[in-house]
Design a protein around this ligand. Structure first.
Ligand SMILES: [Zn+2]
Ligand SMILES: [Zn+2]
Length: 177
């Protein structure tokens, strides 16, 4: 995969610079879709600005995703819009060879790099992954499938002797289409 379009020179960065990336395939950002989540093509806006410690980079990614509810196994689609700020700091990662360090809150937002090129795909990838649900469910109160007969409990109940109340709290809302 040719990543060169994501490598941006930080030389002569005197004022804010904005890059737009359209229709990126998830593979270009090294995003592998699993069985339960599929990510569509990604549009990204990345703005770079000099900061006191290096280069502040704001990522915004917009994409369409499809996922399968892990409880009722029905497919759903959603639009995602996610933003992330990273500080690119030139030099070696001070924690690279230290084990069990206690990180300061800001350390998670820092990327150490060897100039003058920085790789914007890192932040775009991170912003996409942040937006994706870890446990995809169609709605919080999804009642799932009966483990005995497979009936979708969001749509109707069944006569199996399963402690339904113990699994999910029944709600009166109808299933999201
Ligand atoms: Zn569901
Ligand atoms: Zn049943």
């Amino acid at each position: 995969m040719n990543r060169s379009k994501f490598l941006i020179s930080t030389k002569d960065l005197d004022q804010e610079v904005v890059y737009e990336f359209h229709d990126l395939a998830p593979e270009e950002l090294d995003i592998k879709c699993g069985r339960s989540i599929t990510v569509g093509n990604i549009n990204a806006t990345v703005s770079l600005q000099k900061s006191a410690i290096g280069i502040g980079v704001d990522f915004r990614v917009v994409f369409h995703g499809e996922y399968i509810c892990m409880r009722c196994l029905i497919g759903f689609a959603d639009n995602y819009d996610s933003a992330l700020h990273l500080d690119y700091v030139e030099g070696d990662d001070p924690y690279l060879h230290i084990e069990n360090v206690e990180l300061n809150p800001h350390d998670a937002d820092r990327v150490y790099y060897r100039g003058p090129l920085i790789d914007l795909s890192l932040g775009m990838r991170e912003a996409v992954l942040l937006a994706l649900p870890i446990t995809p469910v169609c709605k919080d109160e999804c009642r799932g499938l009966c483990p005995e007969c497979g009936t979708n409990w969001n749509l109707k109940s069944c006569k199996c002797k399963v402690d339904k109340a113990g699994i999910f709290t029944p709600q009166s809302k109808t299933a999201k289409k």
